[in-house]
Design a protein around this ligand. Sequence first.
Ligand SMILES: CC(C)(COP(=O)(O)OP(=O)(O)OC[C@H]1O[C@@H](n2cnc3c(N)ncnc32)[C@H](O)[C@@H]1OP(=O)(O)O)[C@@H](O)C(=O)NCCC(=O)NCCS
Length: 144
Amino acid sequence: MRSNPEKSPHPEGEIVSRTMAMPSDANPYGDIFGGWLMSQMDLGGAVLARNIARCRVVTVSAETMNFVSPVAVGDVVTCYARVLSIGRTSLKIDLDAWVQCFKTGQSRRVTEGAFTYVAIDDQGHPQPVHRPEENAADSTSSAT
Ligand SMILES: CC(C)(COP(=O)(O)OP(=O)(O)OC[C@H]1O[C@@H](n2cnc3c(N)ncnc32)[C@H](O)[C@@H]1OP(=O)(O)O)[C@@H](O)C(=O)NCCC(=O)NCCS
């Protein structure tokens, strides 16, 4: 599959996970399951969403998910995430997974997607997201 032409040729956002693809994550032909990659991205997006929301989050939607290039057993998969938008209770996160060839050091994008998470309270009901500027203000006030 062709990568989204609007995507940068370099990883964007912050690293939210890095792991090695293992034989148990592969199909009989040695390629890594799409579902495993999707779960890496979902986890990575949840890391960023939870850091911003500062509460539990759940995935409500995977709007896009493109598999750009196959992943092999032994590849180290790194997920990058950045916020696309923040609503009242939801956060839309842009996610890309890249693998780096350990022999050449060259990286290539393997998946790209956009997932939405909802901040929830202890009862599982949506709750308003703390805005990053509120978080910054919080940390300033707690530091003084
Ligand atoms: C996520 C959940 C709490 C939302 O509950 P809800 O009653 O639909 O809440 P709302 O209608 O008030 O929507 C909450 C937010 O989610 C957004 N949303 C809801 N469905 C959406 C969808 N399909 N795609 C994108 N955003 C969606 C709404 O736009 C709203 O955003 P905003 O507050 O920023 O404007 C509920 O649907 C749920 O628990 N779903 C299951 C989640 C889950 O189990 N995920 C897998 C494991 S993590």
